[in-house]
Ligand binder design. Structure first.
Ligand code: GAL
Length: 963
């Protein structure tokens, strides 16, 4: 369709693109294909009409242009900058118009056909162009595509030349389509998915739909192929040969597909001229009795929301990273993915079929920015956009329909409601009656099949589960949390309480944690350092800061502590001890425990003393069994029995021996710490001396311990606020700062001698305010140890919870290694501690830190019986708790953590700052969702913490373990 360059009306046109062929299933056949990815010529112009004329012509000179990789985003290759907004559009909302300052990237590629390229029809396929592309081949305009995360194909056969084909693509950063693409993510433009030339043999397979139903009552599968006449399917393993389109075959005793047992049958859809390899998974998805069922069984989504992201290449996600995502998910007991908030690269869906994940595939539609205008002018209800909504849904459904992993379609995210969504729903129900339809914004489910909410608190989920909440229609539908457990920074807390609700209420069928990955963009500095950037770091005038850093894995895909927590909370087998027996409960949707082997290990003070195999009869999904506890040898010190369920054989995603679930039970309780008493308080010199301790008489502070210079323990109430502390609504952080907790002052009220106990009385309080905390330190000791009993008592009326309650001290920086007996190995907080088991662990101080992209409180270890901090020569300090304490150790203070905005802002100091805590406030999920649940709130109250400090040395005979 020839058109003048000056006609840019398509950019602001709410209609979908034009010129492309009918959408069809994504497949790769035996017909020739030529990948056009690689280095292209590129020019970025600041506005549509600043872009040069004639880029499609052979004689156009692109000598002054630069090279750019395709697929790629130009902002990540030195042209323009990424920009991050969550809800707000980064341009004036004047639909369907977008700014005239519309960065426009012109791309050109010269390519030859392989010598054996057939002389037959061909299509040029673009898997993703953000946000609008106008395309020419050999001087002829093919059309325009919008719908960034959707494919478009153009017939090009007659235009091809054996040599010197010129492909020109003009990409606009903004288009009317941008109004439908307001997802919470970076604005990144360009040809960011593959470009491929595909030969289309005459009489080949244009498109096909494979329906493979499973009847769980009879174990029969029904296979049906829909395609043009002449197309056939062959599945040798099922004895199906040449089943023609339009006919179905019944297969007895077929093995169904599920996320847990992703059984695929390999076959071929074919004509005389083309063969398409296919993989058939038999499964039937229904909504029955108010529950979502697959193959007749209720399933529970232990899911994550996954954006396509890579810290260097943005939404260009090379296959190995998609594989890495899936393997990490499977190893951490994730069983489902919502493709927030657009269809992913189709390679990802192939992997979901292979590895086994339940998928909700979501259309590329979000108009969240209209919420800022009370949804006035929302495209979802404006007839001018009707075709665009339908087009996007249709292109997704047609592309992805043959994936057994997809169990639901989603109309989009946060697009309000309106007739265009309803029409897209109606089309989808008609086109694919085999899958229920999801859309959270359809709050009364008038056109969708599943009740869905985001960030509902535990109480509300409980009421929904009881059927006492919401519109009557909703009460008959399955309920899912399409988003929950906002994993921003340190957190979320409260996951295990959600799990309990999913187990209590049959209609509460799980959910999808927000979200899988932190979208931090790698930034290198001139000194070779690197950090991850977030909103505002590229000078965006409008941005939402680090709200884009809210994943279970860091940008480089290192698992965060929250992923470990997720894995433990949602483990498919639960191992508990009850009445002298081990109880094994199977929470899989489908699998029995036959693929697992159970082992036990007995540890005395964290050191293995015995181990063995537990014989567990096969437990079917949903059942549980009790087996006797193993015979254990006697132990003296505190001992725990740990039972692990591990894979018996290698799987696609983890080797044999990978631990899927574990449980622990105490066997021998701890003996009390022998009292440290008998040392005499020596007040004769300039310092106070007690056992191995030296105190400053003016402040009452410990200054040395057995030759180790220390800044002695003082009450500490502050932590560097987490993103959840900074949360939305009524943040804890605001209250804590208003209460001055970040600048408490320590007042010495007096020191006193009570027998051989040194009592240091203090009051810790914020400036300008009347309340405070009395803190009395009771020091006693023997020749080798010091014992501290800290007594605290609120003074006056406190307006808020406490971030933490404990002691802070500073030690020489050489004490760089921590060993402890308590919970570990990872960090844990009051409401996020399921993953931490009792054991003995060693970490360097540096490795104790969790490098949250925006620095904040991290690295806390809980339930310590003892802690040893040592230097390379073995000298150091041991702390024993009565009975237990929590600790953090770092090379900077909470104030430094609080002040830093990026990891590179944290410079190690000369000391190790050690916090020894009675408690911290929980984490909650208030960055988006409910705050800290009541049992995990730390209210100011009378409390006491008792610790024994023992200086230790490499050859030090003083080092008598306390118990
Ligand atoms: C939801 C939204 C997500 C993300 C999340 C907060 O409202 O659907 O895209 O913005 O909140 O991180």
């Amino acid at each position: 369709m020839p058109s003048s360059h000056a006609d840019f009306s398509y950019v602001d046109d709410p209609a979908p693109g034009h010129g492309s062929t009918a959408p069809r299933s994504a497949f790769r056949s035996d017909a020739p294909a030529l990948s056009l990815g690689g280095s292209w010529r590129f020019l970025l112009s600041p506005a549509v009409d600043a872009a040069p004329d004639g880029i499609e012509r052979d004689d156009f000179d692109d000598g002054g242009w630069t090279d750019i990789p395709v697929p790629g985003h130009w902002q990540l290759h030195g042209h323009g900058s990424p920009a991050y907004t969550n809800v707000r559009y980064p341009f004036p909302v004047n639909p369907p118009q977008v700014p005239s300052d519309n960065p426009t990237g012109d791309h050109r590629l010269l390519f030859d056909l392989p010598d054996d390229w057939p002389d037959e029809p061909a299509v040029l396929r673009f898997d993703g162009i953000d946000s609008c592309g106008r395309i020419w081949l050999n001087g002829v305009e093919l059309g325009v595509t919008k719908g960034s995360r959707l494919p478009a194909e153009f017939d090009v056969g007659p235009l091809l030349r054996p040599r010197g084909n010129l492909l020109a693509v003009r990409v606009h950063q903004w288009s009317a389509g941008s109004y439908l693409e307001d997802q919470d993510m970076w604005w990144l433009s360009g040809i960011f998915r593959d470009v491929t030339l595909l030969a289309r043999p005459a009489g080949g397979v244009r498109d096909f739909t494979v329906d493979a139903d499973y009847d769980h009552l009879t174990a029969r599968g029904t296979l049906r192929l829909d395609a043009d006449s002449g197309v056939r399917i062959t599945v040798p393993e099922l004895g199906i040969t040449d089943l023609p389109a339009g006919r179905s075959a019944e297969i007895a005793d077929v093995a169904p597909w599920s996320a847990e047992e992703p059984r695929l049958y390999e076959g071929e859809v074919h004509t005389d001229t083309e063969r398409v390899p296919v993989r058939v998974g038999f499964r039937t998805v229904t909504v029955e009795d108010g529950q979502l069922k697959v193959n007749g069984r209720r399933i529970v989504f232990r899911g994550v929301n996954r954006h396509e992201f890579h810290p260097d290449s943005g939404r260009v996600v090379p296959r190995e990273f998609a594989v890495a995502d899936i393997e990490l998910m499977k190893r951490h007991n994730v069983n489902a993915v919502r493709t927030s908030h657009y269809p992913p690269d189709s390679a990802f869906l192939d992997l979901c079929d292979t590895y086994g994940l339940w998928v909700i595939d979501e259309s590329d539609v979000e108009t969240h920015g209209f919420s800022e205008l009370d949804w006035r002018g929302n495209p979802s209800d404006d007839p001018r956009w009707a075709d665009a909504y339908l087009d996007r849904m249709r292109r997704m459904v047609e592309r992805d329909k043959n994936h057994p992993s997809i169990v639901m379609w989603s109309l989009g995210n946060e697009a309000g409601t309106g007739r265009n969504l309803a029409a897209a729903a109606e089309w989808t129900h008609r086109r694919d009656p085999t899958r229920p339809l999801h859309y959270e914004g359809d709050t009364d489910c008038s056109y969708t099949d599943v009740h869905s909410r985001m960030y509902a608190g535990h109480d509300e989920v409980d009421r929904i589960g009881q059927g006492v909440e919401g519109h009557p229609r909703l009460r008959e539908l399955p309920f899912i949390l399409c988003e929950f457990g906002h994993a921003m920074g340190n957190g979320p807390g409260g996951l295990v309480e959600y799990r309990d609700l999913f187990e209590r209420h049959p209609r509460c069928q799980g959910g999808f944690v927000w979200e899988w990955i932190d979208h931090g963009i790698t930034r290198r500095d001139t000194r070779g350092g690197a950090h991850f950037a977030y909103g505002g770091d590229f000078g965006e005038p409008l941005h939402d800061g680090n709200f884009v850093i809210d994943g279970l894995v860091h940008p480089d895909r290192t698992p965060s502590p929250a992923l470990a927590e997720f894995s433990k909370v949602f483990e498919p087998v639960r191992i508990t001890a009850a009445d002298g027996a081990l109880r094994v409960t199977n929470h899989y949707d489908v699998l029995s425990t036959a693929h697992l082997r159970f082992h036990w290990v007995l540890e005395e003070e964290g050191t293995e003393v015995a181990h063995g195999v537990v014989t567990v009869p096969t437990v079917e999904a949903g059942d549980s069994t009790d087996v006797p506890l193993p015979e254990l040898p006697p132990t003296g010190a505190e001992s725990w029995l740990t039972v692990r369920a591990a894979l018996a054989a290698d799987t696609a995603w983890a080797p044999a021996g990978h631990v899927v679930s574990w449980g622990q039970t105490p066997v021998t309780r701890a003996a009390p710490v022998p009292p440290a008493a008998g040392a005499t308080l020596d007040t004769t010199g300039t310092a106070l001396r007690l056992g191995p301790g030296v105190f400053d008489p003016l402040t009452g502070r410990l200054t040395a311990l057995g030759g180790l210079p220390v800044e002695g323990p003082r009450l500490d109430l502050w932590r560097a606020p987490t993103d959840n502390d900074r949360g939305s609504g009524d943040p804890e952080e605001t209250r804590w700062r208003a209460a001055g907790l970040h600048r408490s002052q320590h007042q010495l009220l007096g020191t006193e001698r009570l027998g051989d106990t040194l009592v240091v009385r203090t009051r810790v309080a914020p400036p300008g305010l009347g309340f405070g905390m009395r803190a009395d330190y009771h020091w006693s000791g023997d020749a080798h140890r010091l014992r501290l009993r800290l007594e605290v008592e609120p003074d006056g009326t406190w307006p808020c919870t406490l971030p933490r309650l404990g002691l802070r001290m500073a030690l020489p920086g050489g004490l760089g290694t921590a060993e402890w007996f308590g919970r570990g190995p990872g960090e844990a907080y009051a409401d996020s501690r399921q993953a931490a088991r009792i054991g003995r662990f060693t970490r360097t101080v540096d490795a104790l830190q969790t490098p949250y992209v925006r620095p904040q409180e991290n690295g806390n270890r809980v339930d310590l019986r003892w802690l040893r901090l040592t230097s390379a020569d073995g000298a150091g300090l041991r702390v024993d708790g009565e009975p237990a304490f929590a600790f953090t150790a770092r090379r900077w203070t909470s104030e430094h953590l609080d002040a830093a905005t990026h990891t590179t802002g944290l410079a190690p100091g000369d000391t190790v700052v050690l916090n020894l805590d009675l408690a911290q406030n929980g984490l909650g999920s208030a960055s988006c969702g409910p705050g800290v649940l009541p049992p995990y709130r730390l209210h100011p109250a009378r409390a006491s913490l008792t610790l024994t400090f023992t200086p230790t040395g490499s050859t030090d005979a003083q080092e008598t373990p306390a118990r």
